[in-house]
Design a protein around this ligand. Structure first.
Ligand code: UDP
Length: 409
């Protein structure tokens, strides 16, 4: 897929590209490096897959590296992830040791090329230990909801985070009492990627046929990794309540991520819960199923993201961009994207979700209104071009701290 910078003018507005060029010029010759824990699966990989090429199109020397880790390490970091999101986890000294040992190995392996190094999420956070030796500007980019973390894990992570020059959180609620500069940057979607671009109706129908989904009946869809925080069982419970009154089908589509070892067990739970109903389609999709995911969302009557914890939830913006009414759990970054009753509905339980699904299935005009509002909200706030601008401004603020940062729009 070769997307050019100019292609964004049509969707994001002509002045936007000009502005990005000016900002990119200001960091000319400086290298921006991103480091995370997986190249596929999950929102961070999704973002970097599009952010880095677009920065490069602008002439910025952007690069992306992925740390290594074995199953034991990713088991530990998944438990840390859950605990930082506030779900109680039993954390042992041995787990901290596994984290430290893996950090040491990656400190040896990773090539630190950036003048500004953005380290994403807790898994690679320990790489900051290299700063003492090589200097540079280091930013910890946190994508998860750390507003109420389990103290033992946060106390372990905090001394690493405090060594960074700055931290980035997705929304103000996540900001921490830290002795470093904090920026707030919301994630984004790429409107031109295979995941989000316009599709022919004929292709959409082909995808429905492939998975045995009936185009003539309402389709409820949730696209997510198989993760308990995404509450797939809650979605099934809501669907069953709706099903008593409305004909409809449920699509639960997702894949795994190499840094998420819990996926298989959750998938099994979901398959068991869905086994008695042929109209619940549990689809395990391989990586790079973007066109099919795009088609499934475009074919949907209502899209759900009924998370019980969430950093941002890119899937919400992906559906709003397609003018779909979205029902989301009232948690984390979903609250940035869904303005309750305006761009979708926020819910707190399967029953709440069922009520909203039933309301939407019975009211086409409401579905259209929310979808239209949602599309405008995403265009204004959650497109890749805005995200690139925020990274360029952050880089400028760190590299030239004495110059005032000028917002052009
Ligand atoms: N996704 C995907 N394939 C899947 C499941 C999810 O490509 O099988 C994508 C989804 O479209 C979204 C991202 O992965 O772009 C998930 O990001 P989100 O912020 O919603 O959740 P995370 O997985 O990071 O918790």
């Amino acid at each position: 897929m070769s997307i050019q910078l100019q292609d964004y003018q049509e969707v994001a507005g002509s002045g936007v590209i000009e502005e990005l060029r000016v900002l990119a010029d200001r960091v000319a010759g400086r290298r921006m490096q991103h480091i995370n824990s997986t190249s596929v699966g999950g929102g961070v990989a999704e973002i970097l897959t599009r952010l880095v090429p677009l920065l490069r199109e602008l002439g910025v020397e952007a690069s992306w590296d992925v740390i290594k880790g074995d199953q034991a390490f990713f088991g530990v970091t998944k438990a840390f992830h859950n605990a930082l999101h506030g779900k109680p986890e039993e954390i042992t000294q041995e787990m901290f040791e596994i984290f430290r040992a893996n950090t040491e190995a990656n400190l040896r392996d990773v090539n630190f090329t950036g003048d500004v190094i953005f380290v994403h999420d807790p898994q690679p956070a320990g790489l900051i230990l290299r700063k003492r030796e090589i200097g540079r500007n280091w930013v910890w980019r946190c994508h998860i909801d750390v507003s109420a973390p389990q103290p033992d894990v946060w106390n372990f992570l905090r001394p690493y985070v405090e060594q960074y020059d700055a931290a980035i959180f997705s929304m103000p609620d996540f900001a921490q009492n830290l002795p470093v500069v904090q920026f707030r940057i919301a994630p984004s979607i790429d409107p031109l990627s295979d995941k989000n671009k316009a599709l022919e109706r004929s292709y959409i129908i082909t995808v429905l046929e492939k998975y045995g989904i009936d185009p003539g009946r309402p389709i409820l869809t949730q696209i997510s990794r198989f993760d308990r925080f995404k509450d797939p069982l809650g979605v099934i419970a809501a669907y069953r309540l709706v099903k008593k009154r409305y004909k409809c089908q449920l699509v639960l589509a997702g894949g795994g991520a190499p840094d998420d070892p819990e996926g298989e067990a959750v998938l099994r739970e979901v398959q068991e819960a869905a086994a008695d109903d042929p109209e619940i389609h549990v689809l395990l999709l391989p990586p790079f199923s973007d066109l099919e995911i795009n088609a499934l969302v475009r074919a949907s009557t209502v899209v759900l993201q009924k998370s019980i914890r969430e950093g941002f939830g890119l899937t919400v913006s992906e559906a709003l961009w397609k003018k779909k009414p979205v029902i989301g759990g009232a948690v984390g970054g979903i609250k940035l994207q869904i303005i309750d009753g305006v761009t979708g509905f926020l819910v707190h339980s399967p029953e709440g979700a069922a009520n909203r699904i039933a309301q939407l299935l019975g009211d086409r005009r409401l579905r259209e209104k929310l979808g239209e509002n949602g599309y405008l909200h995403v265009r204004q706030n959650f497109l890749l071009t805005r995200h690139v601008k925020d990274y360029l401004l952050t880089m400028q603020a760190l590299e030239h701290p004495r110059e005032s940062v000028v917002y052009l729009t």
